[in-house]
Design a protein around this ligand. Structure first.
Ligand SMILES: Nc1ncnc2c1ncn2[C@@H]1O[C@H](COP(=O)(O)OP(=O)(O)O)[C@@H](O)[C@H]1O
Ligand SMILES: [Mg+2]
Length: 312
């Protein structure tokens, strides 16, 4: 079974597509069969960054049943071992996928025979992004060092956390829980996940145990992109600590990726940065993040299985 890494971030422009392409290229050059899937539905541009300006097939061909199997929508990139399912010809209706369509895509992605599959997700906290993010226990969050981007990352991770709670409890149970939490603490609202978990443990200890176990499966990753010399080098670790403290989720900081003006040149030339400028600090940073990712993958806690809950 493939190992799936969704890559998301709270803000557009933080570098999700750039990092998806760069990590994918490094893995492919190491000899791993690697697939990139553009799930930034409605704003897909991964094909351009990977050097495939006019993809002949895309995800929408599968969604619109023009091809029966998702594997038929896979196209080659100029890099050997690196393949792409493009979102290039996705239209607006594709941007608002029905729940069943999402389930279908996730199921089919999981069956594709690759070593690694990287999912390039859209910005924000839409259900699409959150649901695709939750397909794996080891999703990668991308942020820049700016406070606004960090705020968005926290919001996205919190949304993932709530979605998990909602999946575990049925609608009425969730409403009872929110009411109880609010009664206990006038200032607490459903935006206080720690209190929610505490209330679940008290009201329904069995559900509480299940939920804690499910939340423990996650070990999210964080990358800080566009890091400049004047930025705090430890900002990523600080963010991870805050999230671990407030959301009780395990976070693994993969590293900083330096800002480099030449990324712009690479995008304009539709040539991957790592090919054009392989010996720059940013390229070194990308390789180090990939090394961290692979070593985390070898740890027993991070299994390749998907954690999508079909009954949700
Ligand atoms: N490390 C970096 N240094 C300099 N520019 C970057 C870096 N990462 C991304 N960019 C630039 O930021 C812009 C947004 O990147 P992109 O990957 O498209 O973001 P997202 O997919 O999150 O919307 C692009 O113009 C890209 O060239
Ligand atoms: Mg993008």
């Amino acid at each position: 079974m493939s190992h799936v890494w969704p890559i998301g971030g709270g803000k557009g422009g933080s570098g999700k597509s750039f990092l998806t392409c760069s990590l994918g290229m490094i893995l492919a050059k190491e000899g791993y069969q690697t697939l990139l899937v553009d799930l930034d539905l409605g704003a897909a541009n991964l094909h351009t960054i990977t050097g495939v300006p006019h993809p002949p097939m895309s995800l929408s061909d599968f969604i619109r049943k023009k091809c029966e199997r998702l594997s038929e929508a896979i196209i080659e990139t100029p890099t050997s071992n690196l393949f792409l399912i493009s979102g290039a010809m996705n239209t607006l209706d594709i941007a608002n996928l029905a729940h069943e369509q999402k389930l279908k895509i996730i199921r089919h992605i999981a069956k594709l025979p690759f070593d690694y599959i990287l999912l390039d997700l859209g910005a924000g906290t839409s259900f699409n992004t959150i649901d695709f993010f939750m397909t794996s226990p080891s999703g990668i969050f991308v942020t820049t060092p700016e406070p606004t981007a960090i705020e968005n990352i926290y919001r996205l991770i919190r949304s993932v956390y709530f979605r998990k709670i909602r999946q575990t409890l049925d609608g009425q149970a969730f409403r009872n829980l929110a009411r109880e939490a609010e009664e206990r603490n006038r200032h607490a609202t459903v935006t206080n996940p720690d209190l929610l978990l505490q209330v679940i443990r008290e009201l329904d200890p069995e559900k509480g145990i299940i939920l804690e176990k499910e939340l423990r499966v996650f070990e999210f990753k964080l990358m800080v992109n566009q890091h400049r010399k004047q930025d705090n080098p430890n900002i990523g670790k600080v963010i991870c600590r805050i999230i671990e403290k407030h959301l009780n989720l395990k976070m693994h900081f993969l590293g900083n990726v330096g800002f480099d003006d030449r990324v712009h040149n690479a995008v304009c030339k539709t040539t991957p940065f790592i090919d054009l400028y392989p010996y720059t600090q940013t390229a070194l940073d990308l390789r180090e993040c990939c090394r961290q990712l692979l070593s985390a993958r070898d740890r027993p806690r991070e299994s390749a299985r998907l954690v999508w809950n079909e009954s949700s």
